[in-house]
Design a protein around this ligand. Structure first.
Ligand SMILES: [Zn+2]
Length: 310
């Protein structure tokens, strides 16, 4: 069994506060607990979302509330403090395409993540920001590794291409909430992450998004399902050829054989996330000094016929 010589890194990139928790919260918490450095870029502050009981807040006040909610959610998940791209909510494609791509290229080169996680082309719900971000992140993923892609950012970093790109797919908690509305067909399920043991963190993060009613579940049966339901992904790069499904976002690179996705590390309690500046330039330059992590990830079986992952 190979030992990790350095802390692995995940960079998750989503459009709005709450996307990260809803779609991949258990996975992000699991890898953070295993000693990975888990970073989050959030394209907008979600200021155009439904305000509900917060209707009296101005848009700026609501944006600040949602920023604080996301920071609380990240603490619950045990991941680094989020960095915002400061794009306008519902304006990602219209106003922010080029600048967001450049920021993402710069972030990838600075952080040098092993794994990037974002939306697939369907955008899960078909939300225009989700769909746009999928294309932006995919372009940034490839652009970051190209020496010909130049950014105007200060402190330029060398080109770097992460080894893995994943698109989130619908999972049980998403199915209970949102109806798909995108004409894009979701990508094939390739990777199922067992989040048992980390559902409580996911639930706590959901509760942290207190302005979002659809995150405030009270049905005990539904909560129980969400605490245990696996999170689903499509491995966009490198293409997964199987057999079966992956159970790990980094399985076949750091394991003894291409189909062996079991890894063992030393379990470490989640450390307090590092505090970072509120800007991409504030990313830490090196990983936290946590001990080598321990995580046992077992190979899942393929879902039964009709298992809902759309
Ligand atoms: Zn969203």
């Amino acid at each position: 069994m190979k030992e990790n010589k350095k802390s692995r890194r995940i960079l998750a990139i989503f459009a709005h506060p709450d996307d990260e928790t809803f779609l991949a919260g258990g996975t992000l918490a699991k890898y953070a607990a295993a000693g990975w450095d888990v970073f989050l870029l959030c394209a907008t502050r979600g200021e155009a979302g439904k305000r509900g009981e917060y209707g009296r807040l101005t848009r700026e006040q609501f944006a600040l509330l949602r920023k604080e909610e996301l920071e609380a959610a990240c603490r619950a998940l045990g991941i680094h403090r989020p960095v915002f791209l400061e794009c306008a909510d519902k304006g990602l494609a219209r106003d922010c395409w080029n600048s967001a791509t450049e920021e993402i290229v710069h972030a990838i080169r600075r952080i040098r993540p092993d794994v990037v996680v974002t939306f697939g082309p369907d955008g899960i719900s078909g939300h225009p920001d989700h769909v746009a971000l999928s294309q932006i992140v995919t372009a940034g993923f490839w652009g970051a590794g190209m020496s010909t892609y130049l950014t105007g950012k200060q402190g330029k970093a060398a080109p770097f291409r992460p080894s893995h790109l994943y698109y989130v797919l619908r999972s049980l908690s998403v199915l209970e909430c949102c109806k798909p509305s995108s004409p894009q067909k979701a990508r094939t399920l390739t990777t199922v992450v067992d989040i048992r043991g980390f559902g409580e963190r996911k639930l706590e993060a959901m509760r942290a998004h207190r302005s979002q009613k659809h995150m405030q579940f009270s049905d005990p049966a539904l909560i129980e399902k969400m605490l245990t339901a696996p999170e689903n992904f499509h491995r966009a790069f490198p293409i997964w050829h199987g057999p079966g499904l992956e159970a790990d976002l980094f399985g076949d690179v750091d394991s003894e054989s291409s189909n062996q996705v079991h890894r063992k590390h030393n379990i470490d309690p989640v450390a307090e996330p590092q505090q970072m500046n509120n800007g991409v330039t504030g990313w830490p330059s090196s990983s936290s000094q946590r001990p080598t992590p321990a995580l046992v990830i077992s190979q899942p079986t393929a879902p039964e016929e009709g298992t809902p992952h759309k």
